[in-house]
Design a protein around this ligand. Structure first.
Ligand code: ZN
Length: 653
């Protein structure tokens, strides 16, 4: 049985949980659940990082001791992780006695290798990173990761780890093992950094008391990185359970944020090499999360509370969004609008509606009971098996978003299958009775397969779907259940919608309308968008075929923009080049309104722009967006503007 051990970075308890830290947990959880489903022997480690000056400070601010504060915060994180169904095997706290003992053992092993010496450290220090930087690594004296924090010059006596001795071995290891650092861009970054040379690294602090006593000199505590990183081995038994340690170490995968790649690919492996321990197989640095394109940060007010996000449509829809909408490894954006939209498109209209329709037809035509009764749908079975293989390949390659997309290919194919086989037509022909039974069975089977594949991403919802298509979610195994199974009788459950449509109103506070009607005049064919739960053919053709659904409309992001500057585009009678403030940034765009407006007249005006339009080059100028204007026949364009202008960036719909 394949072994798979995965870790997340342990979270700093100096602040409450935020969506971007939950993102990392969800990604690791999806992979852990996938490997369990595949029959792998899996260990998933996560936890809290409690020893740091920031934690001490946060505790003091709240008038409590660091230990009491850490206890509370660890509990808050555990509660959030329980809500998000994070299926860790161990939640380690750096205050745990076995961790403390393990850190001291590791420092002892590094001392025994002769890699620790006493010295004086001085340098530019960011207290939030808890790291020293070269002047050139700062931005006018400010930390690049914490733009609000000015680095301070710090000098203290402490113990040093002889990191420089490992430069060559690290470089060789990274060059010889292309998988060690992923994605590739991070690997190149680290190699470049290594080649510039490594400095010894201070591994103790005498200025703080909140930490693990340094072996041999209790006036010092172990520097937080020399403590936190070690959780990856103490969490699987280093220093306390040798058998467990041999079983689970080295870890197969450390999932971390890209900003801490250096610590994990240079300092951490050097410490392990010094202690003569094996290195982890892979360090994967995922990207940052943004809110409406802006970095999530407390100072910008762009932190999203994960529980608030989960309350909107449920934990599973949020897990799906995080796994599906963000390219794992790249930066990813979250916005409430997009979350609402994906919820409606992927779940309410697509998967949820499919489950309801198939159950409704099975009940209408076959009392809910379906079984193979004729020639199976080869096409659908083939798509199902191909998608299942693609899903496994993508998961193994850590391409979570592609794995989810593969599962949804089955859902899409099933919708098309129902549209093309038209069960409601078959029901009218007595000679097609077996064919109808088979079609319903095939549709139910496709739903079953998709739900199995989605289990690691949406554990509760997938179990519910499996129950509704008459199979058990217990003891699922990918090799047996993760492929097309042309046999068995299924009793389908006809129940209310799994995911009621979220009505997107004119304000941010949409509300859920349960049971999206149900007469028989529903659209069975694709696109499934907007087809309510029900079945049967469209009884009346749509009066206007060019109408679009709300989801199509919502894809067009219209926003208020304030014109900051305007000028004519040289050699063009028609074009103006505008500089506009869209709230989060300033953009350049080109508008064909020069015949109607003098540039000066537009400055200060608030207009409406298509915010998510792909850039286009006009007369050599890249235009990022489009200004809305009325175009009267034969007349000059009239720009859409406001009587009372809302703030730039406000969404228009
Ligand atoms: Zn910093």
């Amino acid at each position: 049985m394949a072994k798979f051990s995965v870790t997340t970075a342990i979270v700093y308890v100096n602040d409450r949980p935020a969506l971007h830290s939950v993102y990392e947990l969800v990604a690791a959880d999806v992979l852990a659940r996938y490997h369990r489903l595949a029959g792998g022997d899996t260990f998933f480690l996560t936890g809290t990082d409690e020893h740091s000056i920031n934690v001490e400070r946060a505790a003091r601010q709240q008038g409590m001791g660091a230990r009491v504060y850490s206890d509370q915060m660890a509990q808050i994180y555990k509660d959030v992780e329980a809500q998000f169904r994070i299926s860790y095997d161990r939640f380690i706290r750096t205050e745990d006695p076995d961790h403390v003992a393990g850190v001291q053992k590791l420092i002892g092993a590094i001392q025994a290798s002769g890699d620790i010496y006493k010295g004086t450290y001085s340098g530019w220090y960011c207290p939030s990173c808890e790291a020293f930087y070269q002047e050139s690594e700062l931005n006018n004296g400010y930390c690049r990761i914490h733009p609000a924090i000015k680095a301070s010059w710090l000098q203290e006596d402490n113990y040093f780890f002889a990191l420089s001795r490992y430069q060559e071995r690290l470089q060789q290891h990274i060059e010889k093992h292309p998988q060690f650092i992923q994605p590739e861009s991070r690997r190149n970054e680290i190699l470049g950094w290594l080649k510039a040379g490594l400095k010894d690294f201070s591994i103790s602090r005498s200025t703080i008391a909140w930490g693990i006593p340094f072996p041999g000199d209790e006036r010092h505590v172990v520097y937080v990185w020399g403590d936190a990183l070690v959780n990856y081995i103490t969490g699987v038994g280093y220093g306390s359970d040798e058998a467990a340690f041999r079983r689970w170490w080295p870890a197969d995968l450390h999932i971390i944020g890209k900003d801490i790649t250096r610590f994990h690919t240079v300092i951490w492996p050097a410490m392990l090499l010094s202690a003569r321990l094996p290195l982890p197989r892979q360090v994967f640095g995922h990207g940052f999360m943004t809110l409406n394109g802006q970095r999530m940060s407390k100072s910008l007010g762009t932190i999203v509370d994960p529980l608030e996000a989960a309350n909107r449509h449920g934990v599973d829809p949020l897990r799906l969004y995080l796994a599906k909408e963000i390219t794992f490894g790249g930066d990813g954006d979250f916005s409430w609008e997009r979350f609402d939209e994906r919820y409606n498109v992927d779940l309410a209209n697509n998967l949820g509606n499919l489950v309801s329709r198939v159950a409704a037809m099975a009940h209408r035509y076959r009392s809910g009971r379906v079984a193979p009764a004729g020639a199976p749908a080869d096409g659908l079975a083939r798509i199902g098996d191909e998608a299942a293989s693609a899903y496994r390949r993508s998961m193994d390659a850590l391409s979570l978003h592609e794995a989810v997309a593969a599962a949804f290919r089955i859902v899409d194919a099933t919708n098309e299958f129902i549209a093309s086989t038209a069960p409601w037509q078959l029901a009218k022909e007595s000679s097609a009775a077996d064919r109808l039974t088979q079609v319903l069975f095939d549709a139910a089977e496709a739903i079953r397969l998709a739900a199995v594949l989605l289990t690691p991403i949406m554990p509760s919802s997938s179990a519910e779907i499996l129950r509704r298509v008459g199979v058990s979610a217990d003891g699922l195994r990918l090799d047996r259940d993760g492929r097309w199974r042309p046999e068995g009788e299924r009793l389908l459950a006809q129940e209310g919608p799994l995911w009621p449509r979220f009505e997107i109103g004119p304000t941010m506070s949409g509300k859920k309308e349960a049971a999206t009607v149900a007469d028989d005049s529903t659209q069975p064919s694709k696109p499934p968008a907007l087809a309510p739960a029900g079945e049967g053919p469209a009884s009346a053709p749509a009066p206007a075929d060019n109408r679009i659904g709300i989801d199509d409309f919502m894809r067009v992001e219209l926003r208020v923009a304030k014109v900051v500057a305007a000028e004519r585009v040289p050699k063009s009678n028609r074009l103006l080049k505008l500089q506009v403030d869209v709230g989060s940034e300033q953009r350049t765009l080109v508008a064909g309104i020069a015949e109607a407006y003098e540039p000066e007249a537009l400055v200060g005006k608030s207009v409406v722009v298509v915010f998510n339009l792909k850039p286009a080059k006009l007369m050599g100028i890249e235009s990022n967006g489009m200004v809305l204007a009325a175009s009267p026949d034969g007349g000059k364009p009239i720009v859409v503007t406001f009587e009372d202008a809302p703030a730039p960036g406000t969404r228009v719909r």
